[in-house]
Design a binder for this molecule. Structure first.
Ligand code: ATP
Length: 442
């Protein structure tokens, strides 16, 4: 058994070695807490994002998608309350000058050197920039700290153009930026990250029921799509005194990371706070007209939120495993690292591996890879190195199936399909391969 710290270390090094996540700007000595998604990382992230959009937008009649800019009118952040209140309590150590979030400290002294800490002060987490050529107070703009605001600023246009019936939701996936005081733990907390959010607009009296329904959706997303073991997840009901003042109910979904139990997702009943603030600041009538009752009212909003970048981390942690495989000569066993990713999320679905380059095996393999690629599968072709090493590499990137072309293939047009998890081999006709793989992925 490996310790949680070792697991995290092994995962971070696997991510770099195998092209999932690299330290950013490494040629310049690195840029703390910024990460690059490599070729497999970006595929994994896109697969999660696409599964989410398919399930919650395309899969439902009552949710529609939008995309709004990262930099919006500065008034948006006044109305949302972010300029006034989106801050964390910051303290400095008077001795070593390290900075901490006061709400995350367990003692009154610096955890790094034991020095005395300053009084805490509010530190706004929004990144500021300037629009245009002048840099004065009138040109200040902000990078959005969450995607949700876009669903409120487009509310009037969506309401008037989309002919939806209440209740309905508006979804968005995109980047958000927070000048975090204490980023860290790999891609868990970074200053730039991606979110997948839904604002679900309901009649006030329906809000509690919609809250329960979306909480259930978050649970089944985790088990059915991410294949996360429910015993690794805790649903934390946030007490009244700890939640945002406008929230009627908040539940954080927390995951047991190697570095502790921390937030993965959240859900809140935001009442009509956002729409009422935007109505006040914009002067526009943002009420909904109920055709059945003839009433006009500001809907309540249930906001389930999913961090996409954190989901990538959780999927990697959840499916990282070490077991044993035979050595190249088959005489012995050696430890094997494997990502047991759900096939739908795996960056590469199938690897084509000819046993030898010679005797036409490579040509057969290349033609097969081309054929599978054309049918829409993500395929990798690899002909170099021992077959054992090639299997190990595919195991480490989570490829669910490896197809081997051998001498028998030349005689009877069959190939072997190796299963990543069971490590069993099945011989099937090459002409059946496409259908077999597609049905496994369905
Ligand atoms: P935390 O308590 O971890 O700071 P939060 O409560 O501020 O998170 P929300 O404002 O609810 O987070 O943001 C919604 C989601 O966005 C979170 O559940 C998380 O998945 C993700 N998220 C928030 N901040 C970050 C960050 N700095 N890096 C990566 N993901 C983040």
């Amino acid at each position: 058994m490996i310790s949680p710290e070792q697991k995290m270390e092994l995962l971070v090094s696997l991510c770099k070695r195998r092209g999932f996540v690299y330290p950013d700007s490494e040629i310049y000595g690195g840029f703390a807490n910024a990460w690059d998604y490599g070729p497999y990382g970006v595929e994994l992230k896109n697969n999660i994002r696409d599964a989410w959009w398919k399930r919650f937008v395309h899969g439902r009649e009552d949710v529609i998608g939008i995309e709004t800019p990262i930099i919006q009118h500065p008034k948006v952040w006044e109305a949302s309350g972010h300029i006034a209140t989106f801050s964390d309590p910051l303290v400095d150590c008077k001795k070593c000058h390290h900075r901490f979030r006061a709400d995350q400290l367990e003692t009154n002294h610096c955890p790094d050197c034991g020095g005395e800490l300053t009084e805490s002060r509010h530190f706004n987490l929004m990144f500021q920039t300037h629009i245009g050529v002048t840099q004065d107070a009138s040109s200040i703009a902000y990078l959005r700290p969450e995607t949700a605001a876009g669903m409120f600023t487009t509310w009037k246009n969506v309401r008037d153009s989309m002919r939806k019936k209440m209740p309905f939701g508006v979804a968005q996936i995109g980047r958000a930026f927070r000048n975090e005081i204490t980023p860290g733990n790999f891609i868990f907390r970074t200053r730039e990250f991606e979110q997948m959010e839904i604002e679900y607009f309901v009649k006030p009296e329906d809000a509690p029921r919609a809250f329960e329904a979306w909480l259930e959706e978050q649970k089944t997303w985790m088990t059915e799509v991410l294949h996360v073991d429910p015993s690794h997840v805790v649903y934390h009901e946030i007490a009244k005194e700890d939640r945002a003042f406008y929230s009627d109910r908040t539940i954080d979904t927390e995951y047991l990371y190697p570095f502790g139990q921390k937030e993965l997702y959240g859900i809140a009943n935001r009442t009509n706070y956002d729409l009422s603030r935007h109505q006040e600041f914009s002067g526009e009538d943002l009420r909904w007209f109920d055709q059945d009752t003839g009433e006009r009212f500001l809907p309540y909003v249930i906001e389930p939120t999913w961090g996409l970048s954190r989901t990538v981390l959780v999927v990697l942690l959840e499916h990282f495993d070490i077991d044993e495989a035979s050595t190249a000569d088959g005489e012995d066993k050696e430890p094997r690292m494997v990502l047991r990713l759900p096939p739908r999320l795996a960056p590469v679905k199938v690897a084509i591996l000819p046993l030898q380059k010679k005797d036409g095996l490579a040509d057969t393999g290349r033609a097969l890879a081309r054929d599978l690629r054309q049918s829409g599968l993500i395929v990798e072709y690899d002909e170099s190195g021992s077959i054992g090493k090639r299997y190990r590499r595919q195991d480490e990137i989570g490829t669910p199936w490896c197809v081997t072309i051998d001498y028998q293939t030349k005689d009877d047009q069959t190939v072997t399909v190796r299963d990543r998890d069971a490590m069993t081999q099945e011989r099937i006709a090459m002409s059946d391969l496409k259908n077999v793989l597609q049905s496994k992925l369905a």
